[in-house]
Design a protein around this ligand. Structure first.
Ligand code: AOS
Ligand code: ZN
Ligand code: ZN
Length: 393
């Protein structure tokens, strides 16, 4: 520990006071794998109850002000009413996620399908999502495209890209001026030979062709093992096209585990790139979201822990001495530069975060505060017959 470390105060991480992380509605329902969906007592029975749960995460952290919705999972008759309900709960509705992965028509593709009628149906679904955005006040339409092929020769790789470009243009044309189309990539799954948007390069090329309202979503779980994700972050920031994160952790593939649990150092390295570029500031345009499922752990505390993990990584990144780092980098001091970075990482930021929370009038311990609130016991008592959130049989 250096002499500077001893002088660190909550003031050094004050930028975190305005740093919000969006939570996914699907994190609160029952979930599992294709082998088994586990039932949890008290899970939400409708989108309103998902929002109530999400609001608890914001209540104790002060850092989860928005909830992403998923259509059709969160379809309701009156989205304006849902938005008003969210506001009453102290949160707002965030990105609207489309779904083109649960319909028989899409077996051979949705926006890329060789059949123009099926492509039109997939485009129409996104236009429905844009209407939902108008009702909820959401600004981001988020597209994760599951399309791909399983066998060499099954379809033309180039023709699929052409069809995709055409479908995306039709969707983009429907956006309002203050809307964005966020395009996610994922290297494989549910198809295993080609994926139509497998990587950031493909996503970025489509975004560049569409226009400035199209931006890339980086899901931390969607890369091949060993990929240097912070490099991608830096590159997308340079291009002004890093629209959003889907945070989660992975050991093997798209594991959707709690962010920062598998590799906290990687999360720190990512947040370091973010902080150096000022992309953590509220007007940066980067939407920091969680995309996780809590299969075996309690869901609301799982979300609270996730928010805290992102805050801890960001706090460490904020503590990196930028001037000292730059001086060492400029002078070619390899070990010196690395040491400055590691100083930030090796600082225990938990006391500073506790101090920051207390200065905001919150409990220093969000997990404890939630446990003491009695909310979990109440929903376990009151809610009977909760719904499945997302993946699983
Ligand atoms: C799927 O693998 C993606 O990570 C998604 O972002 C997906 O759209 C999300 O889990 C909700 O559908
Ligand atoms: Zn995702
Ligand atoms: Zn995923």
């Amino acid at each position: 520990m250096t002499a500077t470390d001893t002088r660190r105060t909550a003031g050094d991480i004050s930028a975190l006071a305005d740093f919000g992380i969006e939570v996914p509605s699907w994190a609160y329902g029952n979930s599992g794998t294709r082998f088994k969906v586990f039932a949890t007592a008290g899970v939400p029975r409708d989108p309103y109850e998902k929002i109530e749960d999400a609001a608890q995460v914001h209540r104790v952290t002060g850092a989860a002000p928005r909830v992403s919705l998923h259509i059709p999972w969160d379809r309701v008759d009156d989205f304006g009413k849902l938005a008003a309900f969210a506001a009453d709960q102290g949160v707002s509705l965030g990105a609207i996620n489309s779904n083109v992965f649960q319909d028989d028509d899409y077996k051979l593709g949705s926006l890329t399908n060789a059949d123009p009628k099926i492509r039109a149906k997939a485009v129409a679904h996104h236009i429905e999502c844009i209407d939902v955005m108008r009702a909820t006040g959401s600004k981001d339409l988020k597209l994760w495209l599951p399309d791909g092929t399983n066998y060499a020769g099954q379809d033309s790789i180039r023709a699929r890209q052409d069809r995709l470009a055409d479908s995306l243009q039709k969707i983009y044309a429907e956006l309002d001026d203050d809307h964005r189309l966020l395009i996610e990539y994922k290297f494989f799954e549910p198809y295993f030979y080609t994926t139509d948007i497998p990587d950031w390069g493909t996503s970025l090329l489509h975004c560049l062709a569409l226009g400035e309202k199209a931006q890339v979503v980086l899901d931390t779980g969607h890369h091949a093992p060993g990929t240097n994700i912070e490099f991608i972050v830096a590159q997308l920031i340079r291009q002004g096209r890093l629209g959003a994160f889907d945070f989660n952790s992975r050991f093997y593939a798209d594991d959707d585990l709690i962010v920062g649990s598998a590799d906290p150092f990687q999360l720190f390295r990512i947040m370091h790139e973010i902080v150096r570029a000022g992309a953590h500031l509220p007007d940066s345009g980067v939407n920091f979201m969680l995309d996780q499922c809590h299969n075996i752990e309690p869901k609301i505390p799982g979300q609270i822990r996730s928010i805290m993990n992102v805050q801890e990584a960001t706090a460490k990144a904020l503590l990196v001495d930028g001037d000292a780092l730059e001086a060492a980098q400029q002078s070619g001091d390899v070990l010196g530069a690395h040491a400055v970075l590691m100083d930030g990482y090796n600082t225990d930021v938990r006391p500073l975060l506790a101090e920051l929370r207390e200065s905001q009038g919150r409990d220093a311990d969000p997990i404890g505060a939630f446990a003491r609130s009695g909310y979990l016991e109440r929903i376990e008592r009151e809610r009977v017959g909760g719904i499945q959130a997302s993946w699983g049989a």
